[in-house]
Design a protein around this ligand. Structure first.
Ligand code: DX5
Ligand code: ZN
Length: 227
């Protein structure tokens, strides 16, 4: 039920393929790949050709997080590179419905993200249209930032909205997720957790992924038990 997605932004890029294998063996549920264009966010990471070259290293879901000003222009490239999920931002310049349709046309799962300052209600028109929502829990652009607890109201509101309508979309959180913060995100209703610096700084990535998953489960159980 709870899925952990290591963010490869914190890996050793000189060993990208081996790092993918390491995360796969460590029990990652998804491989989270942060694509940054230096426009939508003030940082540049890697693009479709890199993803294409590492795709063969794991059969896990490639969860590609596009932080691009014009995601629609690049859907074909990332589809051909092997993305399984393509997330783009509501605040980007591309038309949302058209971008969702382009992603689906390649048989890929579309997901929509919002930055910390964007109201969650702006996502509601797309409920039923995308398979996953990504609520950013830091300002996108860099790994290693501190979790913003105020973003959890959005997770709760979206969870309730999905439940009310009988929709089953995943809710992913990304940024500052560690053993201290994952519980609150799980209790709020998130079920997919991106974690970069915490997993890559750990001596034992497998143990850390297990601990994160358990912390999420325990927090959710105590919410359910408390009701
Ligand atoms: C930030 C990225 C995140 C980031 C998470 O823009 O989307 O995926 O790498 O890193 P941590 O877990 O270190 O905050
Ligand atoms: Zn990300």
């Amino acid at each position: 039920m709870f899925k952990i997605a290591p963010s490869m932004l914190s890996c050793d890029f000189s060993q990208f393929g081996q790092e993918i294998i390491r995360m796969d063996k460590a029990g990652a549920d998804l491989i989270h790949l942060d694509v940054m264009d230096g426009h939508f966010v003030p940082n540049i990471s890697f693009g479709a050709s890199v993803i294409k070259s590492i795709k063969a290293y794991s059969d896990k879901t490639f969860d590609v997080h596009l932080m691009l000003q014009n995601p629609l222009d690049f859907i074909e490239d990332f589809a051909k590179a092997g993305a399984d999920i393509l997330t783009f931002n509501l605040e980007a310049d591309s038309p949302v419905y058209e971008t969702i349709a382009a992603i689906r046309s390649y048989g890929i799962r579309p997901a929509l993200s919002i930055k910390p300052a964007t109201c969650v209600r702006e996502l509601y028109p797309y409920i039923g249209e995308v398979d996953m929502f990504l609520i950013m829990t830091v300002e996108p652009g860099f790994g290693g930032q501190s979790f913003m607890p105020q973003t959890l109201d959005k997770v709760r509101a979206l969870r309730d909205k999905l439940l009310d309508g009988g929709f089953k979309a995943d809710i992913e959180v990304d940024g500052g997720i560690n053993l201290e913060t994952i519980g609150s995100a799980a209790a709020a209703g998130a079920n997919i957790f991106v974690s970069g610096s915490t997993i890559f700084a750990a001596q034992d990535a497998k143990a850390m992924i297990e601990k994160l998953r358990r912390a999420a489960q325990n927090a959710r159980n105590s919410v359910v038990g408390g009701n």
